[in-house]
Design a protein around this ligand. Structure first.
Ligand SMILES: *Cc1c(COP(=O)(O)O)cnc(C)c1O
Length: 418
């Protein structure tokens, strides 16, 4: 709040498509999809229509003992998107709660199988899985974690396959293989006390859009199988087409044991999360004894409006063949961004799916704030992480808006490195 005395908050009056408008009618391109949640623009007519209809029908009902059409349909459609391999859906309210659910369920699975000692978790260096206590304990971002260290359960971190850390002459894939060996060494030693490995597949978002080769996931899957450790795919950010495929783990042709979804699930409209799990997991809880069941509840779990927004979002994916359409958009944006990639102050220009990122050489410790402010002056909402600038636009971004984004970013780079 003290910083905001110098950097006033941006009051937003309304949104339309990729644009946000302030009260003076100035517009800002939402190039970060409002913290990675928006997929098809603000005030999307199709999602709006579905919500109007839903709100006149059923806004919410307790999901313990009751059920409703949107939650049933959404569960079936999410399961179908994993080719039925993850056929069970547990609902939460936001990304962090999805991670809590997956961690608890993995721990409880081993307990129900008499493996009480399998209670630990392992995650990648630099990972981000949310900021409630359980999720924060597997997160590895010092700024968010260090203050609360005394409140957190220990977890282990293994080397991140982030290709920026590869050795000279080492390809991203070779580096991924080297990091998978480090994971192997860890599991070899600790598997009997490890319940699960949790990863952000292909892109570690909050640490600064670290990208890595899919080979790591293939090997992680094989190692988890060999050592009887669950693989939790935290696709809260990468899911729903952001990585270029519907789910990022598809690019490694693997199936996780748990799949955590949130953020884009409702197209950026309403908070909702889902954890999908395999039949094997489900069966471990299928019992007459209540305490063997998975006891975890959120009052708004499976909210009907949120589920309906998610269904409308899935309808758009199908109707507009969004995954294919995004391939063309990705190529167009990458081409337009060539002057950024070639800029002398820019390093590590990278892209996976609908995410672009690069570092800017600067020794200003307020770089992120200054860049953000300068970009706003050019009608762009960007929010660097340290020196890392990234684009994560809504999928409806058009050619003209791509031009606006690139021109505005180049001008902002010039201004902020002057
Ligand atoms: C955002 C995010 C979370 C946490 O989601 P919230 O809804 O902010 O609690 C967890 N994992 C990943 C990978 C995320 O990007």
């Amino acid at each position: 709040m003290k910083q905001h005395e110098m950097l006033p908050l941006l009051p937003i009056a309304r949104g339309s498509g990729a644009w946000l408008y302030d009260f003076e009618g100035r517009r800002y391109l939402d190039a970060i999809s409002s913290w990675w949640v928006n997929l098809f623009g603000h005030a999307n007519p199709r999602i709006n229509a579905a919500l109007h209809e839903q709100i006149e029908t059923l806004e919410h009902v307790i999901l313990a003992g009751c059920t409703h059409a949107p939650v049933v349909e959404l569960s079936e459609r999410l399961s179908a998107l994993t080719a039925g391999k993850l056929g069970h859906c547990f609902y939460g309210s936001d990304g962090a709660s999805a991670v809590e659910i997956a961690l608890k369920m993995s721990f409880h699975y081993w307990r129900n199988n008499g493996r009480h000692e399998k209670s630990g978790f392992v995650s990648l260096a630099g990972s981000y899985h949310g900021e409630t206590l359980g999720a924060l304990s597997v997160t590895d971002v010092a700024l968010f974690k260090d203050t609360y260290a005394a409140l957190l359960r220990q977890s282990a971190q293994v080397a991140s396959p982030d290709w920026r850390l590869a050795g000279a002459g080492e390809t991203p894939r070779e580096f991924a293989i080297r990091c998978a060996r480090a994971l192997e060494a860890h599991l070899e030693q600790h598997h009997d006390k490890t319940a699960a490995l949790i990863v952000e597949p292909l892109i570690q978002g909050a640490t600064g859009m670290a990208m890595y080769d899919a080979e790591y996931l293939r090997r992680a899957r094989a190692l988890c199988d060999r050592y009887e450790v669950h693989l939790i795919a935290d696709e809260i950010m990468t899911g729903f087409g952001r990585s270029g495929t519907f789910f990022a783990h598809e690019q490694a042709a693997i199936v996780p044991d748990f799949l955590c979804l949130s953020k884009g699930i409702t197209g950026g409209y309403l908070p909702l999360a889902a954890v999908l799990a395999s039949d094997t997991i489900y069966q471990a809880f299928y019992d007459d004894a209540t305490a063997r069941g998975f006891l975890h509840s959120h009052s708004y779990t499976g909210n009907a409006l949120a589920c309906r927004a998610a269904l409308a979002t899935l309808d758009i994916f199908a109707a507009d063949d969004v995954i294919a359409a995004n391939r063309a958009k990705r190529a167009a944006l990458t081409l337009a961004a060539a002057p950024i990639a070639a800029h002398p102050r820019v390093r590590n220009f990278r892209n996976t799916g609908m995410i672009w990122a690069f570092e800017i050489d600067s020794d200003d410790d307020r770089f992120a704030r200054r860049f953000h402010q300068a970009a706003l002056g050019r009608g762009l909402l960007l929010r660097p992480i340290g020196n890392t600038v990234y684009f994560m636009p809504p999928y409806i971004i058009d050619d003209e808006q791509i031009e606006w984004l690139i021109a505005g970013t180049l001008a902002t780079i010039a201004e902020s490195t002057a």
